[in-house]
Design a protein around this ligand. Sequence first.
Ligand SMILES: Cc1ncc(COP(=O)(O)O)c(C=O)c1O
Length: 405
Amino acid sequence: MATMTGDVQLLESRHVLQTYRRQPLTLVRGEGVRLFDAEGQEYLDLLSGIGVASLGHAHRGLADALADQARTLLHTSNLFFHPLQGQLAERLAHLSGLQRAFFCNSGTEAVEACLKFARRYWFTLGETRTEIIALEQSFHGRTFGSLSVTSDEHYRRPFGPLLTGVKFIPVNDPAAVGAAVSSNTAAIIVEPLQGEGGVRPLTPAFAAAINEACERTGALLIADEVQSGLGRTGYPFYSAAIGLKPELVALGKALGGGVPVGAALVGEEVAATIAFGDHGSTYGGNLLACRAALCFLDELVGGGLIAHVGRVGRHVEQRLRAIAAQHPIVQEVRGAGLIWGLELTCDGAPVVAAALARRVIVNRTAETVIRLLPPLVITEVEADEALSRLDRALGDVETNPGPLS
Ligand SMILES: Cc1ncc(COP(=O)(O)O)c(C=O)c1O
């Protein structure tokens, strides 16, 4: 087995399909908000595997629960009942107000399920409404349905033709939503806080216009909370924070704490139009996935994690605004809770590299945005240490812009 960084990277370069441009770092171990590379070097993690390691790395409770579940029963398929799926669905119903859950294995599958359920709703009602409205700068995943409602041409162009009847409208433009949604619209899909598109929260005024357009025309509203949901913003769901009223919600990322779990939540009116056999997944909602998600929800709700995110998030925001004021290359700070974006005046790649050299992991999205998605359990002290390193990394890039910027 390859263990040293060079061997790992060589082996991958020979045999792994090259779809990812990875950072030159091989991570082998984690502990809370810390990650360790193959040489034992420690990094502070402000990304949590793109918003997934919600409880931090090697969380004792999650690790024990998964080990116990692995020793008991991992998987049965959806041909049979098991004790955990109903429990998880009930917990999600209490949190979201949407009565029913369909379980899958990723965010893109959750979006795909929502799109299918929206189509099925209108089919059952005997109406040929298939048009979907999505937002510019959206990201909903890479399968054909979710890619069809993702706006970035860079992701879409090589794979056409995609789903027809998808219209993109500008973000936070209430007039545009009013004009675009009609009695041909099957559904509107939005990220309440856009993640990949550059960390852009929707405004309450835009949310109100979306609600109004849906009420006026009967169009269904799908909230993609894959990145913004489950405590990330200091609220259970960012939809509720801005007053958005979805009938369908897509979840993923944080829900499994690192175990692949996705869920499509639907209200009873939509659920009543879905029949046996309409959708399915071999793995979706298996015992391991449900056990992980139940453990995460124990921490989120019973363990006070939402309040923790709110408190630490306010501290992080203050620190980020103070840091931004010191750095001419930082143009704007956007976000909520523990999802933040620093809009730069230049490409963000050199900042990511400089941060890595300072042993802090951040991510660039939408070319010019440095995105922070730390584990939800990060403390103020840990955040301070990580942000000081980021502060120095921004300074490094300003004094020595290098060939990339
Ligand atoms: C809002 C949103 N929806 C969907 C997805 C796709 O999720 P996954 O990569 O788990 O398929 C992502 C991933 O970044 C996302 O941010």
